[in-house]
Write a protein that binds this ligand. Structure first.
Ligand code: GRG
Length: 296
């Protein structure tokens, strides 16, 4: 089986896990549960739970302890997208090829569905204590990472700066800060939690955080590059700059060629650090490279 085929199977497996951890739709909470399911099961790359699972197995993790955390991570990622699409933020009507949650369920339910996913993520992850009470130390540490990297010192912190700086020119350093937190933090916590639950050492967990931080940065720069390419194609213009964008992006900062060069350099650094761990997971190596070189 080639890696592409393996990836499809892994996505299917992750979606089965997600369905298993969704609350049963009933009672007076039925509507909000439907909205949670609508957004969580809308597709997407399932990148974060996949990175978590691959890091877990790379460090010798076995069994299902990682699964509630995989589901929790995708719930948190999904909540961030639901809230990011709201009229008060990006005001998007479509995501992942279908109508956004607030368009289908109303703005009030969109807000609540995001809140519910965030809260239910922690309820879900805390279920790991019952699965393996003897691993409570690792589970507690993983919960702490999950909370911190999604919060004010992680994704929310990055989003706040992004929102506040919209409409102003920003420095490259501020842009990197936004990307590190907004995009990088959840990728970091995904891989760190996989390592923590598998019993990796502190040095290994620090190394994994660095790898994931580089992956997040390269992933976000590639996002900016793809945005410029697709816009230039739509306008029938040559692809060399970021003319449409009023916002500072990595491409407006460093130019298209500079951005591409940095994606290569940063992803090479991540792969080098991964190889230096002396743990083997050829699929994870392939996935990291695939993600930062994706064409859509
Ligand atoms: C509202 C608290 C709050 C945070 C929002 C995630 C986010 C922060 C904003 C979404 C917009 C954006 C471009 C974020 C950068 C991270 C990113 C590239 C998200 C999309 O992740 P993918 O590509 O999405 O993994 P899929 O759909 O594949 O799951």
């Amino acid at each position: 089986m080639d890696f592409q085929e393996e990836r499809k199977q892994k996505v299917t497996n992750i979606e089965e896990i997600l369905v298993r951890y969704l609350p049963e739709k009933k009672g007076c909470q039925k509507l909000i549960m439907e909205a949670m399911e609508y957004s969580l099961m809308a597709g997407g790359k399932r990148l974060r739970p996949m990175l978590m699972q691959e890091t877990y197995t790379m460090f010798g993790g076995e069994g299902r302890l990682v699964e509630p955390f995989m589901a929790a991570m995708e719930m948190i990622h999904t909540y961030s997208l639901v809230h990011d699409d709201l009229p008060a933020m990006d005001n998007d009507d479509y995501r992942r090829g279908r109508k956004t949650t607030h368009v289908v369920y109303g703005e009030d339910m969109g807000i609540l569905a995001g809140d519910a996913l965030l809260n239910y993520a922690f309820e879900t992850a805390a279920g790991a204590f019952e699965m393996e009470p003897e691993q409570s130390q690792r589970i507690g540490r993983a919960l702490g990472v999950l909370a911190r990297k999604a919060g004010i010192f992680g994704m929310i912190g990055g989003q706040v700066v992004d929102v506040k700086e919209t409409g102003h020119a920003i420095t490259g350093e501020t842009l990197e800060f936004i990307y590190e937190l907004k995009t990088g933090a959840l990728i970091e916590s995904s891989m760190m939690i996989g390592a923590i639950l598998a019993g990796a050492s502190d040095a290994e967990i620090t190394s994994v955080e660095k790898i994931a931080s580089d992956v997040g940065m390269a992933f976000q720069i590639q996002d900016d590059i793809l945005d410029v390419i697709s816009t230039a194609e739509e306008l029938g213009k040559p692809v060399h700059s970021d003319e449409k964008n009023e916002k500072t992006t990595y491409v407006t900062w460093k130019g298209l060629e500079g951005a591409k060069k940095d994606v290569e350099q940063i992803s090479e650094a991540a792969l080098g650090e991964l190889r230096s761990l002396d743990r083997s997971n050829p699929y994870l190596e392939w996935l990291l490279s695939e993600l930062v070189h994706r064409k859509s």
